[in-house]
Design a protein around this ligand. Structure first.
Ligand SMILES: NC(=O)c1ccc[n+]([C@@H]2O[C@H](COP(=O)([O-])OP(=O)(O)OC[C@H]3O[C@@H](n4cnc5c(N)ncnc54)[C@H](OP(=O)(O)O)[C@@H]3O)[C@@H](O)[C@H]2O)c1
Length: 260
């Protein structure tokens, strides 16, 4: 019998990460879910095991802390698990003028969106290289394609995620390891509440359903696409920014993000 593969998903306690866990469980993978909320993770674990019968391992950690990232890796090793697919999904945003926003929140965001994603990749990639198989899916955003006034730090973190992913994909192109970036536009999850985005025009219309976004991400990654942009409108916008002067694009994003 073929050994079951394991997927580790960060930020699997809600939103896109949770929906991705359901896709992988349905597909017969063992699941490792990481987030801070143990109650939510345990509820999802119980439901996944009831519905699909596979093994689900829950790790409660704050990935904005370096020591806790190391503990995740240690726990995986102690339990004799091998991560075949790593999904770096945990992340958050913050809405507001940079002069007004909280520095601690923003540094924490950089630690989670940028540092933990890089750290997790550094830890888990060598094991994939040894097997010459596996995959890394990094959740970026359509925010990655241009600067984002009123969410300046968040957009910059996602530009990092996209750039890092495309470069890594190039470095690994002669291996059997798939590296992809999922770039959703506004999506109905807990994200907009945590980011204070309810005030912004961005989330007033054209918000995509989380199940649709996760399904497109799951299928796009499986088919080996490097950059996956869910939704026609998001694809068009991400493509259009390449053809207009950056200052104009930045002003348009500002208008789109303003308080309604
Ligand atoms: N929703 C959108 O409009 C949208 C658009 C583009 C990109 N994205 C990206 O999609 C990804 C997933 O977000 P989502 O929309 O699904 O939002 P979400 O529902 O708020 O999910 C965020 C997940 O990250 C986890 N998380 C947050 N801080 C963490 C920490 N310090 N350590 C470990 N886990 C942490 C949360 O769990 P706990 O709170 O339990 O820790 C939760 O499981 C993010 O990277 C986000 O930037 C979202």
């Amino acid at each position: 019998m073929m050994e079951k593969e394991t997927v580790l998903i960060t930020g699997a306690s809600s939103g896109i990460g949770k929906e991705l866990a359901y896709h992988y469980a349905k597909d017969g993978y063992n699941i490792v879910m990481v987030a801070r909320s143990l109650t939510k993770l345990t509820e999802i674990k119980n439901d996944l095991e009831k519905q699909y019968g596979g093994s689900v391992f829950v790790i409660q950690k704050d990935l904005s802390k370096e020591s806790e990232i190391q503990e995740v890796y240690k726990l995986i090793k102690q339990n004799n698990m091998r991560v075949d697919i790593l999904i770096n999904n945990a992340g958050f945003g913050l809405f507001g003028e940079f002069l007004e926003t909280d520095l601690e929140d923003e540094l924490n965001m950089i630690d989670l969106n940028v540092k933990s994603l890089t750290y997790m990749t550094k830890l888990f990639l060598p094991d994939m290289i040894k097997q010459n198989k596996g995959g890394i899916l990094n959740v970026a955003s359509t925010a990655a394609f241009q600067p984002g006034p009123l969410m300046a730090v968040y957009y910059a973190t996602k530009a990092y995620v996209l750039s890092f992913t495309e470069a890594l994909e190039n470095e690994l192109k002669d291996t059997n390891i798939t590296v992809s970036a999922l770039c959703p536009g506004p999506t109905e999850t807990g994200f907009s509440d945590r980011a204070n985005l309810k005030e912004s025009k961005l989330f007033k219309s054209g918000v995509m359903d989380v199940k649709t976004v996760a399904e497109i991400g799951y299928k796009g990654f499986k088919s080996g696409k490097t950059v996956i942009i869910p939704g026609l409108k998001n694809k068009i916008l991400a493509g259009a920014v390449r053809f207009a002067p950056r200052t104009i694009i930045t002003s348009i994003v500002r208008q789109m993000q303003e308080r309604a």
